[in-house]
Design a protein around this ligand. Structure first.
Ligand SMILES: *Cc1c(COP(=O)(O)O)cnc(C)c1O
Length: 466
């Protein structure tokens, strides 16, 4: 099983190298050379299986010889052992034909845990075997960082540096990043927004001397192993609703496009997904792009669903690669244009391909709050603002096919917005109730790559080798 870059100019890699490297050396993202198909019988046989077993069967063809079957099963089972729900990703009915897939029962209460907990296990197993060290570096709008820190804290062969936009993450998100006491955890509050954090990380990956010196590894949603882990719950949800004999639609609260791209992979494997709907908040670059054919960045507007407050949606590059018939050169050109002008126009053929694969919708701030209020009144369900954006867009796409909206975070992660809309302040699950009493540890940082690199060298003890 080989992985190729969306920009066509980096070497093809096996699963393990793809996972450890994150971003391809030509600046592109890795995608499988061919998506393995699952037969109808194999999909039907997933019915009633535990989440971990479905995870094994769905992911196994993608990992090649990286791990033995026994090893892989053990890693999967450790990854999900700390989840607060036996089903891992339980499905709840909201109304006739509309279901909520709860992806927030992991240790940091957002869907990012599904991928990050697994990647933590896979990295550890792989690094132990090779006796190597890596420096994990990631940018976060809130949830990725806390999930990464939770997955990698205390591991021997790893330092983890997380950049987050200072003052723009919720208090729970910040505390999840700043309260772990492990010495290998470094929470960095950057002056700027998420896109600035993401650009700093990308630039460091493109500085090959630095990248090799510190053994840089990326666990942002561009990491293929993360996308892969997210494919699994599309299967558990669809099979619970009757796949492969019945089609299912999904609506996905979208930012960096990792989660919804996993849905595309599930469909490419043979899961009958009738519709994949991109749901955006007021930072609606993806919805505008699908509607107008022009991908045009604007300033990020802070919203009550901050994990979707982005303009450059990294994994969208993977969708463009598919839409352009896997023409890496065309994608590289678009990305150059984006870098120099802040926009690009999608070709007629490619926009048609994108519209065949994805539908889209947008929800304003006021609508998001109204959806939280309305859903609580009608169903008793407290939605986090991201999930509310999904529910709002899904309601506009309901039809005869069952619709599953991905609930991407626990309401207690965004208690202010939920309380403002419902009058109820959602409480943290008991296992994390002491978070507000623990001391915080963070480093403030300007938008300055040289200073950041110096800090990383110093904290990893590598500056002496200069
Ligand atoms: C990360 C995140 C999203 C967006 O997911 P992408 O894979 O980046 O599109 C949506 N909701 C929540 C709560 C998140 O943490």
């Amino acid at each position: 099983m080989h992985y190729i870059s969306t920009r066509g100019a980096a070497p093809a890699l096996e699963f393990e190298a793809t996972m450890l490297t994150g971003l391809a050396r030509d600046g592109g993202l890795y995608v499988p050379e061919r998506v393995p198909a699952m037969t109808e019988a194999a999909i039907a046989a997933l019915a009633g299986q535990p989440y971990e077993e479905v995870a094994f069967r769905v992911m196994r063809p993608f990992i090649g010889g990286a791990f033995t079957d026994d090893e892989f099963r053990t890693l999967i089972s450790s990854a999900y052992a700390d989840f607060g729900h036996a089903a891992r990703a339980p499905l709840k009915q909201l109304s006739s034909g509309h279901f909520l897939l709860e992806l927030f029962h992991g240790p940091t209460l957002a869907f990012k845990d599904f991928a990050m907990q697994l990647i933590g296990q896979l990295f550890q197993a792989s690094l132990k075997r090779s006796d190597e060290r890596v420096t994990i570096i990631g940018a976060t709008s809130g949830d990725t960082g806390s999930a990464a820190i939770e997955a990698f804290r205390g591991l021997d062969n790893v330092d983890v540096f997380i950049l987050f936009p200072h003052g723009r993450v919720s208090e729970v998100q910040r505390r999840q990043m700043t309260t772990p006491a492990d010495r290998n955890v470094h929470a960095l509050a950057v002056e700027g927004d998420f896109d600035i954090c993401q650009a700093l990380v990308k630039d460091m990956f493109n500085d090959f001397a630095f990248r090799d010196r510190v053994g840089l590894a990326g666990v942002n949603s561009i990491n293929w192993a993360r996308v892969l882990a997210q494919v699994v719950y599309y299967f558990t949800a669809a099979v619970a609703l009757g796949a492969p004999h019945r089609s299912v639609a999904f609506t996905v609260p979208t930012g960096n496009f990792g989660d919804i791209f996993a849905g595309h992979i599930a469909r490419a494997m043979g899961l009958p997904i009738a519709k994949l709907v991109i749901a955006t908040n007021q930072n609606d670059i993806l919805h505008r792009c699908l509607t107008t054919g022009v991908y045009q960045t604007e300033a990020v507007l802070p919203s009550i669903s901050p994990s979707m407050d982005i303009q450059v949606s990294s994994n969208f590059e993977r969708a463009l690669f598919e839409a352009y018939g896997r023409d890496g050169r065309a994608v590289a050109q678009l990305m150059d244009e984006l870098r120099s002008t802040g926009r690009f126009a999608v070709s007629q053929g490619a926009i048609e391909a994108l519209r065949e694969t994805y539908a889209s919708g947008r929800v304003s701030e006021a609508e998001t709050a109204a959806i939280i209020t309305r859903t609580y009144r009608k169903t008793g369900e407290l939605l986090c603002p991201h999930s509310a954006v999904g529910v709002g867009v899904a309601e506009a796409h309901l039809g005869t096919i069952p619709m599953v909206t991905l609930a991407t975070a626990h309401p207690a992660k965004f208690p202010d917005a939920v309380e403002a809309a419902t009058g109820i302040r959602p409480g943290l699950p008991a296992r994390m109730a002491d978070m507000f009493d623990r001391p915080e540890r963070l480093t403030r940082l300007a938008n300055d790559r040289a200073a950041l690199q110096a800090l990383i060298l110093q904290r990893t003890g590598l500056e002496a080798d200069a």
